[in-house]
Design a protein around this ligand. Structure first.
Ligand code: GDP
Length: 325
């Protein structure tokens, strides 16, 4: 898939405003759940997609950045891949927020149609604006009898003004949705039939990775944003490829945060697909992917070209390193 058919979107939502339900619907309506393997991964159940981690649920905050990918085909047959990036709903992990947002080209701000934007999302939203990410606002739970969508949109506007958003961001598109009932609409007084307008808003409003970045022939650079681990393959590095192409068998230089270089070989490259990951024969700039076979590897490391390695800018970390093993 070429980079112009790729969208990387970070989701910002206050706890309970319906992020999980919304992502479930986006996955479900894209047909992903019909895939048997993904069904198994999801436990055959809706509602437990983004926050299947018990620890996270217990603490009410997201400590693992989780990704999933939605395949969306427009009525005229154009196939898109939307990488959905979960953001910590909390400011406790400042460095984590920065790293996660670096993977995105736009944000989906999910707000409860009764509660409106909550102070806890301020920090992440402010960071998103600093990173020049334009928001698409989803006023969710529009089915609530006590929904007050017009006020809520005004509150979002006021919050963005407070956060010194630019004019383009203040002109945000609004989608009214009932994630629970599985529909979305551009019109506050109209009930949609499905989530189509939300997929369309993402495709239209969130920019594709830039063509300069998407030069597949440039020396590769990938920033490791999170780590996963499996007993079978060991450490799995997850992040966005910022330049070039990475392939299984490729010799790379891993540059750690102190600038130390190690020569290593990639075993596997994977892309996100639905809730799972699939082996692919290469990953290109603009995409978010997982790399198997590299150790030592850590968050904030750059996976770079073997011959002329260059580190991506280091994001300062203001919290203890999280070991996600
Ligand atoms: P998250 O914490 O943001 O991931 O929120 P969840 O997706 O877990 O939803 C929190 C609660 O809100 C659950 O009880 C959902 O069933 C409910 N919910 C989610 N979306 C909607 C919606 O569109 N309408 C209504 N009425 N409830 C919803």
């Amino acid at each position: 898939m070429s980079a112009d058919h790729l969208r990387n979107v970070a989701i910002i939502a206050h706890v309970d405003h319906g992020k999980t339900t919304l992502v479930d619907q986006l996955l479900y309506q894209s047909g992903m759940f019909r895939n048997e393997d993904l069904d198994k991964l999801a436990g055959g159940q809706h509602g437990l997609v983004m926050d299947s981690n018990d620890l996270e649920r217990e603490r009410g905050i997201t400590i693992l950045a989780k990704n999933c990918a939605v395949a969306y085909t427009t009525p005229d047959g154009e196939k898109y891949k939307i990488n959905l990036i979960d953001t910590p709903g909390h400011a406790d992990f400042g460095g984590e927020v920065e790293r996660v947002l670096k993977m995105a080209d736009g944000v989906l701000l999910v707000v409860d149609a009764f509660e409106g934007p909550m102070p806890q999302t301020r920090f992440v939203l402010g960071k998103a604006l600093e990173h020049k990410l334009k928001p698409v606002v989803v006023v969710n739970k529009i089915d609530r009898p006590d929904a007050r969508p017009d006020d809520v949109v005004n509150e979002v506007f006021d919050l963005l003004v407070e956060l010194e958003a630019d004019d383009e961001s203040l002109d945000f598109p609004v989608i009214y949705a009932s994630a629970k009932e599985g529909w979305a609409s551009r019109d506050v007084d109209e009930r949609g039939e499905n989530m189509k307008v939300l997929y369309d808003a993402i495709i239209e409003q969130v920019p594709a990775p830039s063509p300069e970045e998407a030069d597949a022939t440039a020396p590769p650079q990938m920033l490791v944003t999170s780590l996963d681990y499996s007993d079978y393959v060991g450490r799995i590095a997850i992040g966005r490829v910022f330049a070039g192409t990475l392939k299984p068998g490729m010799q790379v230089t891993v540059i750690d945060r102190a600038g130390k270089h190690t020569q290593q070989r990639i075993l596997k490259t994977l892309q996100f697909s639905g809730l799972g990951r699939v082996d692919v024969d290469h990953v290109v700039a603009g995409d978010i992917c997982a790399i198997v076979g590299l150790d030592p590897i850590d968050i904030g490391n750059t996976i770079a070209c073997a011959e002329s390695p260059e580190a991506l800018p280091v994001i300062e970390i203001d919290e203890p390193t999280l070991h996600m093993t």
